[in-house]
Design a protein around this ligand. Structure first.
Ligand code: PMP
Length: 397
């Protein structure tokens, strides 16, 4: 049965992690991962999460099955976070939300549902994008194309190329968009650019699929959902996958959600019934722990304030690291101006380092980054910033 099974290629980022663990150098630094580390270099367990967990443990509640669509209080809290508690869409019953196995699970449920709705549609993802976007939509049976997104010359967005491509795709293509904190580049669209994208999507009758995995890591919880609100106001039907892996530091608990904006309450009921079929035939129903914790935090004034403050600290620490990195590189007389790093948003930065330079960083300095030059700014701290910036200055000399 398995004799002809070929070895699948290793996940490049997880492979990098294995190499990092095997490295015996004491001053090694891992900037390859997509995880937020605190100043001490650890993944934080947020205080708001700990408080909610205490309450949950004390309640000693039975662990029955959840409904297929997950915890109702969780789903509605997610909707408010995305669309705002005063959203007209929510009041009109035009949003369907189901709990999902992280952002990845939300994308996969959405992709499987879309395959039933638009079996022959083209899917377009940004170039570059989170590497799992392509694989996820291909495994759901779609043909996946790229739209231009990043302009290496300016370290900014290639909005012109993006709009051209979106215009030239077959009508009713599915367009995957990073709502904020673009992974891997850190380059986000301005509000004006978002409006131009929306216009083309509407004109071409494309189906927007907004992926928001870093809400609160850019400019703020509310600010980072600007694109979601813009699409909500447009009257379009669209998909949103959200993830709390980073914003609650709950990576392994797999907490995410899929939201679909429909035309009416009546349509929502039909859509929900079909999304539930997709979930039922994949994993039946979601797990309890992570979503219970997130729902308790979001639905308690006290815990929510605590979470917002902690998320604010994470956001500010990343921004401080961006500034320190740029300043230190300038002070070292680095052969390049890195000030664009301050403009980037979220956990990542396309640093402009080439694959050869990244390899030298690893071989000579024990500093691990992705071959594309993506570094995780959220893995920098005041203890490793000097070695990292010295290594960068050295390899670009
Ligand atoms: N979308 C993007 C853009 C991501 O970067 C990630 C995670 N790195 C995800 C989705 C998936 O999130 P999760 O870990 O919650 O599945």
């Amino acid at each position: 049965l398995f004799s002809a099974v070929e070895m699948a290629p290793r996940d490049p980022i997880l492979g990098l992690n294995e190499a990092f663990i095997a490295d015996t150098r004491s001053n090694k630094v891992n900037l390859g991962v997509g995880v937020y580390f605190n100043e001490e270099g650890r993944i934080p367990l947020l205080r708001a999460v700990q408080e909610a967990e205490k309450v949950r443990l004390q309640a000693a509640a039975p662990r029955g099955y959840l409904p297929i669509e997950g915890i109702a209080a969780y789903d509605s809290a997610v909707q408010k976070l995305l669309f705002g508690s005063d959203s007209e869409l929510l009041a009109a019953g035009r949003v369907v939300t189901t709990q999902a196995l992280g952002g990845t699970g939300a994308l996969k449920t959405g992709a499987d549902f879309l395959k039933r709705l638009l079996p022959d549609a083209t899917v377009a993802i940004s170039n570059p994008s989170w590497e799992n976007h392509r694989a996820l939509f291909e495994s759901a049976g779609f043909n996946v194309e790229n739209y231009p997104y990043y302009d290496a010359a300016s370290n900014g967005s290639d909005i012109k190329g993006m709009l051209e491509k979106l215009n030239s795709l077959p009508a009713r293509s599915i367009i995957v968009l990073h709502a904020c904190c673009h992974n891997p580049t850190g380059v986000d669209l301005s509000n004006d650019e978002w409006k131009q994208v929306l216009e083309v999507l509407q004109a071409r009758d494309h189906v927007p699929f907004l992926d928001i995995a870093y809400q609160g890591f850019g400019d703020g919880i509310y600010e980072d959902a600007e694109a979601v609100r813009l699409f909500a106001a447009s009257g379009m039907n669209f998909f949103v996958s959200s993830s709390f892996s980073k914003s609650f530091s709950l990576y392994g608990e797999r907490v995410g959600a899929l939201s679909l904006v429909t035309a009416s309450r009546e349509e929502s009921a039909r859509v929900l019934s079909q999304v539930k079929r997709v979930i039922r035939t994949n994993y039946s129903n979601p797990p309890t722990h992570g979503a219970t914790v997130v729902a308790s935090v979001l639905n308690s004034d006290e815990l929510r304030a605590m979470w917002e403050a902690e998320l604010g600290e994470m956001r500010q620490r990343i921004r401080d690291m961006r500034i320190s990195m740029v300043d230190k590189l300038a002070a070292l007389g680095a052969a390049r101006d890195f000030s664009f790093v301050k403009q980037q948003r979220g956990m990542f930065s396309y640093s402009g380092l080439t694959a050869d330079q990244v390899e030298r960083m690893r071989a000579e300095f024990g500093i691990y980054a992705v071959g594309s030059g993506r570094i995780c700014v959220a893995a920098l701290n005041n203890g490793n910033l000097d070695v990292v910036t010295q290594a960068i200055a050295e390899v670009i000399r």
